[in-house]
Design a protein around this ligand. Structure first.
Ligand code: NOJ
Ligand code: NOJ
Length: 441
């Protein structure tokens, strides 16, 4: 069995052998990630509701509350609680959400170097970070709105609309509530140039526009639920404008191409390929887009495949294991290694993002009745999850990056968003599997 032998020999150069099936590993990693993610929220030396981006405090210091990371992490907590991933998670999550809401409102009302909103990160004591940074970053407010809208809808269903109307969405202008504050900000600012999610390029970005559109669609739905009909029309009208802008400027269906950024006016100049995993993240983080760019579309699949292909030959660990799915970085020209600037590495959250894309595609195909296509998509998703698996130690600790040369974890430790990405990938897999085999549930 020469292929088997080849695989065995190549394992020698990798840190950890693949001891268990991907499915089993991912299930376990989901639980470990949840515990580790919770350890980075409301830590004793931070203001309650603070989500530190990572536990590393020097070289580089990630002990800050990033608006983007925090929104994605808290959203993941809600998903995990709904799915019953751990006992008593509901109670913990409710406390965290209340603290996160209060902190978010306070930060929304803080004058910063980005004016009121759009500030990328805050100190662990809740105050504004005042050093130089790539600002503004206008994906934060819509991401936070989406997370809090998810929670608001749950509270309304469970009969607690008093808190929702008083604290989360008050239907007033000027508003005193956090969700409406973020929606108003997004509706009025989405067209401005801002720094991208990687904090490096100022322009108009697929990722930022997608999450802005999705948040405004969610916001319109919540506004209807709460009787704020004029606002609902306004939010959905702006969402439609974003859609038209995306179609006109960033999405070229004929060429199967999605651009990461247009209209750059500041930032890195060596990022020229337009290949960026931010496009996949934009699909994953913007679920409310109706029929625009569905995971099951062949155009979308082709765009994702092209992005993935750009990483195949890029890293030594990929070239050494061409039989496996490639480890995925942010974009091919990336130089950021955490403490160094001598070359980018693959990241945990981007490799999991590709797995999650295929799991979501599998779910959509299963719903459309294409069960064999769905099974294939799960297998492809698993191949990307397996890539993370072979580079992860038995304790399940996840950093931001893993070395392009030897596969070991590198850059900041315990990146909260890495844990969230493991959980959302695992939940998407569970959902796809359930849609393929309904009888087993
Ligand atoms: C820190 C940012 O968080 C990271 O995304 C970026 O690559 C570096 N600064 C360089 O701008
Ligand atoms: C750098 C990443 O590029 C950015 O997306 C993230 O928000 C920060 N690190 C904090 O994790």
């Amino acid at each position: 069995m020469p292929i088997y032998l080849f695989a065995l020999i190549s394992f020698v150069s990798l840190p950890f052998a693949q001891a268990e099936s991907v499915a089993d590993w991912l299930m376990k990693q989901k639980h470990v990630s949840l515990e580790r993610m919770l350890q980075n929220i409301s830590r004793p030396d931070t203001v309650p509701g603070t989500v530190v981006a990572a536990t590393t405090r020097v070289n580089p210091n990630y002990y800050y509350h990033w608006v983007r990371d925090a929104a994605l992490v808290v959203n993941t907590l809600l998903l995990a609680a709904n799915d019953g991933v751990a006992n008593d998670l509901d109670v913990r999550v409710d406390r965290i959400l209340r603290d996160y809401t209060a902190l978010s409102r306070r930060q929304q009302m803080t004058w910063t170097r980005s004016s009121w909103s759009g500030e990328p990160k805050f100190n662990p004591d809740g105050t504004a970070f005042e050093g130089d940074w790539g600002r503004p970053q206008i994906d934060g407010p819509p991401l936070r709105a989406m997370t809090l809208i998810r929670w608001a809808k749950q509270l309304i269903l469970s009969g607690d609309d008093e808190y929702v109307r008083a604290v989360l969405y008050d239907s007033l202008l000027p508003t005193q509530s956090v969700i409406k504050g973020d929606l108003e900000y997004t509706a009025h600012h989405w067209f401005e140039t801002s720094f991208d999610l990687w904090e490096e390029v100022k322009g108009r970005h697929f990722y930022t526009l997608m999450v802005s559109m999705s948040a405004l669609n969610d916001g319109a739905e919540l506004a209807v639920l709460l009787g704020d009909f004029g606002a609902a029309d306004y939010y959905s009208g702006e969402a439609r404008k974003i859609l038209r802008f995306l179609q006109a400027r960033l999405v070229d269906v004929a060429a199967a191409r999605i651009l990461a950024t247009v209209d750059q006016d500041e930032g890195l100049t060596y990022k020229t390929s337009q290949v960026d995993i931010a496009v996949v993240l934009g699909l994953l983080h913007a679920p409310s887009r109706e029929d625009f760019l569905r995971e099951s579309d062949s155009f979308v699949l082709l765009s994702v495949q092209k992005t993935v292909d750009a990483f195949r030959g890029l890293y030594r660990i990929n070239r050494e294991r061409l039989d496996m799915a490639p480890a995925i970085g942010r974009y091919p020209e990336d130089l950021y290694g955490g403490a160094t600037f001598d070359g980018g590495n693959p990241w945990i959250l981007t490799t999991f993002a590709v797995a999650e894309f295929y799991y979501k595609r599998a779910h959509e195909l299963a719903v459309l009745g294409d069960f064999s296509g769905a099974s294939d998509a799960i297998r492809i998703g698993d191949s990307f999850a397996a890539r993370v698996q072979i580079h992860t130690a038995a304790d399940g600790a996840l950093s931001e990056q893993f070395s392009r040369e030897n596969g070991y974890m590198t850059s900041v430790e315990n990146l909260t968003w890495s844990y969230a990405s493991a959980i959302t990938a695992a939940l998407a897999r569970d959902k796809a599997v359930a849609a393929i085999s309904p009888s087993s549930h």
